[in-house]
Design a protein around this ligand. Sequence first.
Ligand code: 13P
Ligand code: SF4
Length: 327
Amino acid sequence: MVGGRLGVEDVKRMQREILELKKRKDAYIIAHNYQLPEIQDVADYVGDSLGMALEARKTDHPLVVVCGVHFMAETASILLPDRKVLIPDPNAGCSLASSITVEQLKEWKGRHPDAVVVSYVNTTAEVKALSDYCCTSSNAVEVVESIPEEREILFLPDMFLGMYVREKTGRKNLHVWPGECHVHAKVTTADISRAVLENPGSTLLVHPECGCSTNCLYFQAKGEIDVDIKVLSTGGMVRYVREHPQEDYVVATEVGILYRLKKELGGNGYNLKPLREDMLCEYMKMITVDKLLRSLKEEVYEVRVPREIAEKARKPIERMLEISGRR
Ligand code: 13P
Ligand code: SF4
């Protein structure tokens, strides 16, 4: 598969130039699992949001290019204040990160002055700066469980992940912000029922941002249906498939993950199907190979978080990384 208007030969030529430039400039490319195949193929690291942050923190390269959406580049920049962090297209946003503003968070905190604020990494640096903890889909339950039970929690911005975490932890004092990702919110229980009927014996991999994630917990608990449901981050899906290559899968997350999963299965991937073909994040797909080449050549677009905000935002991110590091 080749992104947009570029031909196969153009893409190959650009990939070669990217690899040369990367070497010459001692640059490091970190990409998300939803990125286009031709981007994944030239990246030094491909993973989920947590993996990207952990990778950014340990890299010693002077130039880091983040192939993902803007908050991912901001997180890398916050963790690497003395390095140049680039994003090939600064307009690669995230509908979920846009679903809460600093003013809204201040107002919410004002109504719950003693609450602990847990922000999903899919937030702006300004929102993180007002938070106590960050989390990703792979450690949200762990982060919430690390907070004393009696403390009230404001969980933002994804309501489906928030409700999932509330069910998993049994925390009644966890308030959830009503934000959502436009790609995952559309997945309903009807989609799951259809997948169960059409794919008996398959394993259903579901991202916790999906509109059906809480219902999936009930299905799982009942164990009466002929489909095994695993609610996992994109990195969790990669690990699961690697460990269980013989299973048949239906995948409920952004379709870019299928390329990553197929690679894990040694290129076979005949046993993988998307739950819905229309789960496509147009922001993730804004990062194309020609933009990545330009980014490396011209060292654009630099992502810099103002120092005062970065210092405040670093604390909740570091807390999260510390909790995940204890695993
Ligand atoms: P992961 O951390 O699971 O990769 O999720 C990031 C994301 O943006 C999901 O839409
Ligand atoms: Fe944001 Fe949704 Fe795209 Fe993930 S899939 S980057 S949450 S808009």
